[in-house]
Design a protein around this ligand. Structure first.
Ligand code: ZN
Length: 305
């Protein structure tokens, strides 16, 4: 049996009842705040993994800050809860379904949307041949509870669910949440082989512009150029085409001129052995599509670009 507890509070009682039992896997996502959130016990931390035969069958995902929302919960579900749940392969799933992590709940101080609860229910329904029980534990904002439970009911009935909203000003996963999940994976991968792959988690500062800049930088570092046989390339021309920061253009140009530029052909011939051994593959695009005439054989593609 899997007991999954998404209530904002750690289920210390449930944990205690089953901590020696390998037949009951208890997993909980809750606020911990370094031990300062109710019920204020170190029992809720990530390193509490069960006792005796039940070792590894207790999974705590503790948040150390308030304000966790859909993205942080999805990260916890996809990187910890669902992989372990699939591996455990329960015959029955029971959800401790308190809605005090929902958006609008003053006590919980988190921001899980009703839609997200629906999706979590849907994901969990893929376990145990759909044998899932949502045990309601309340929450402190009646509107949030009602809305969230409506979406969970829709999920249980197999209704299509609304898509999750990614805020337009999404600044990335909360750093503290990422640390929590990394800690959980670190201790739990001893017990669950699905966590051993070290799946790459998002970076702290997820920023699309920054990522694009990094990719551009990496390409520039490669110093590879496609050979264009039509251009003889005087030294003056190649000087001008050298990419580099404008601030120190003269110096940079000189430096790059000293480094012999590697062309794609050079690169491939340097790695000929790897290519022959099929350790590396190269896909060289054709200048035009050889299937174009097959598409419309009567008409000559003349005049088409
Ligand atoms: Zn609670």
């Amino acid at each position: 049996m899997l007991i999954f507890d998404w209530d904002i509070h750690h289920g210390n009682g449930t944990q205690q009842i089953f901590e020696n039992d390998p037949n009951v896997l208890y997993m909980s996502i809750h606020r911990y705040d370094h031990g300062n959130f109710f019920p204020r016990s170190k029992d809720a931390d990530y390193d509490v993994v069960g006792e005796g035969l039940g070792k590894g069958f207790n999974v705590n995902i503790p948040w150390n800050k308030q304000g966790m929302g859909d993205m942080e919960y999805v990260m916890a579900m996809q990187n910890v809860v669902m992989p372990i749940a699939y591996e455990f392969n329960p015959q029955l799933v029971i959800v401790s379904a308190g809605f005090d992590a929902a958006i609008g709940d003053q006590l919980g101080g988190c921001k899980v949307s009703p839609e997200a609860y629906g999706h979590f229910t849907h994901w969990l329904s893929s376990l145990a041949n759909g044998k899932i029980i949502l045990v309601l534990e309340g929450g402190y904002n009646v509107n949030s509870i009602s809305h969230a439970m409506t979406l969970c009911s829709k999920a249980l009935l197999g209704d299509p669910l609304p898509m999750l909203n990614v805020p337009s000003r999404f600044n990335g996963i909360n750093r503290s949440a990422l640390e929590s999940i990394q800690n959980v994976v670190k201790v739990q991968k001893e017990f669950w082989k699905s966590l051993k792959f070290d799946k790459k988690l998002p970076d702290f500062d997820f920023n699309e512009n920054k990522i694009t800049e990094e990719i551009v930088k990496k390409f520039e570092d490669l110093k590879m150029e496609v050979v264009d046989t039509n251009v003889s390339g005087s030294s003056k021309n190649s000087n001008e085409s050298v990419p580099g920061p404008s601030t120190s253009s003269a110096q940079t140009s000189n430096q790059i001129n000293e480094v012999k530029k590697q062309t794609l052909t050079d690169f491939l011939s340097d790695n000929l052995e790897a290519l022959n051994n099929e350790e590396m593959f190269a896909i060289v695009p054709l200048k035009s599509c050889p299937h174009l005439s097959l598409l419309n054989p009567e008409k000559d593609p003349e005049g088409k670009n």
